[in-house]
Design a protein around this ligand. Structure first.
Ligand code: HEC
Length: 110
């Protein structure tokens, strides 16, 4: 019984994680000139490994600053810095994993 509950709980969490990325990240980014995909490849080119990309993204979402942004200063000046994430660490981690999963497969380096 306990095992079953745990299974359902884990399943619910993973479903939640997917919708978190879709509903939280994608919904706000929808319609922005620079797509999430472009951001992703900029991060990939700069940080290379999954661990480093995740670390850099996590840090930026928590505490976005012009100095640590991947964007050029003139662009940041135009768009403005985003607000720190409202997700907790676990949620952010899950959303970023999903972000990685969705782009590593389909994307092509340009
Ligand atoms: C409320 C709106 C909003 C939400 C929610 C949001 N973003 Fe953003 N995001 C922005 C804006 C605006 C920018 C451009 C300004 C900037 O880079 O700080 C941005 C920039 C970024 C960048 C580029 C960062 C950089 O170095 O400048 C990445 C990557 C990104 N978002 C990923 C995500 C992910 C992943 C999530 C979900 C965990 C997310 N965003 C949630 C609005 C949002």
């Amino acid at each position: 019984m306990v095992k079953k509950c745990f299974l359902i709980f884990t399943l619910a969490l993973s479903l939640e994680a997917k919708s978190l990325y879709e509903h939280h990240c994608v919904s706000c980014h929808d319609g922005m000139t620079i797509t999430l995909e472009k951001f992703f490849f900029r991060y990939l080119l700069k940080y290379s490994s999954e661990a480093e990309v995740q670390k850099a993204l996590f840090a930026y979402m928590k505490n976005p600053k012009a100095e640590t942004s991947i964007l050029e200063p003139w662009l940041i000046n135009r768009i403005g810095i985003k607000k720190p994430t409202t997700l907790n660490d676990k949620e952010l981690d899950a959303a970023l994993k999903d972000y990685w999963e969705q782009h590593k497969v389909f994307g092509k380096l340009k």
